[in-house]
Design a protein around this ligand. Sequence first.
Ligand SMILES: [Zn+2]
Length: 380
Amino acid sequence: MVSTLRAFAPTFNRYPSRAFSIKTQMDSITRNPDGYTSTSASTSKPTETPITLQEWQGWGSTSPVPTMVTEIIDELKVLEKTVDAQMSFGGNGGKLQGYFKTQEDKKHRATYQALGSSEQKLQFFSARQIACRLLGSRDYLCQKCWLPFEDCMCSRVKHCSLWDRARFWLYMHPKDFLRQNNTGKLLLQVFGKEATTLSLYGISEHEEIMWNAFKSAGRSKVCCLYPNKNATSKGVQEAFGSELSTKQENTQQMTDGDGILNFILIDGTWSNSAAMFNRLKEQAILVWGEDIPCISLSTGSSAMHKLRPQPSWDRTCTAAAAASLLFELQLVPKFSSVEFEKQGEALEDALEVLLEALTARRIRMGRSITRKVRHASSFC
Ligand SMILES: [Zn+2]
């Protein structure tokens, strides 16, 4: 049960100390032919029309369409004409394929190499990744749950309001954007854009919005959920609740006044997360001259949550980590009336819905399901 979701998704093992990823069959699932049928039956190719603001924001973003993403899409279209081959996508989440892929590989590698700074390289990498995901997922994935339309789980996900003085920042790696088995998206689904903001790593429009919000909130109202306890991260009780804390003044700053608490969740694979965390750290130094404040989950928090057989979910995945954070916040006396537990449970419920949907999809596509998944299915 504990590693159930990992059977689907190597990208889940983000939070605890599992510094490895498990290659799964889910990785190699190719697009459902039914998805193509409806697309190919239409008169225009899905790659022909530009990405509109409405379409872009429909995937969960709050920013304008990133300039570099638009430029890369335009370049892809030009390349189609140049090499006289149509873009086509397969794989799980908008991977180019066929002859066009070979040509585009050469081109983007050359572009990447020619870029002068690591910052430019990161921005190009991210924008290209997002561009491909957008085009490849169009007319195929539901914009809310990021599952193929025939597997849409939206009707089963219940919305829940997050405490109006808390906000999640979903700092997502581009490779996890529009991934079916991504769990960070569940925060957007459950709490809505009003309480969760998607911030894609390396997309300057997103990172600017995020850092502008942090600057105006102030360092004392920002904290990054760090996967492991380290020298600089605090436990939730220590950061927010302990009356004995030597940082009482700081605690008051974090909970008093009208300011909103900003929680950053790093949503990427273990191997990508270090770079993402470093980027946050570097920016914090630039902005505040100090490290980004971090909190980490205590190992026993799931056990303290009595209402479900514990641990309900592997805390490696982003949504489960967020749920655990909410359960720990519930234990802070000053938050006892905030109903964080209810909010954490809503997130756990959505995780179960996602697992069921992924399992059902796998079965429908004739894929074997692992023993663990079968067990989880009967459990739910
Ligand atoms: Zn849906």
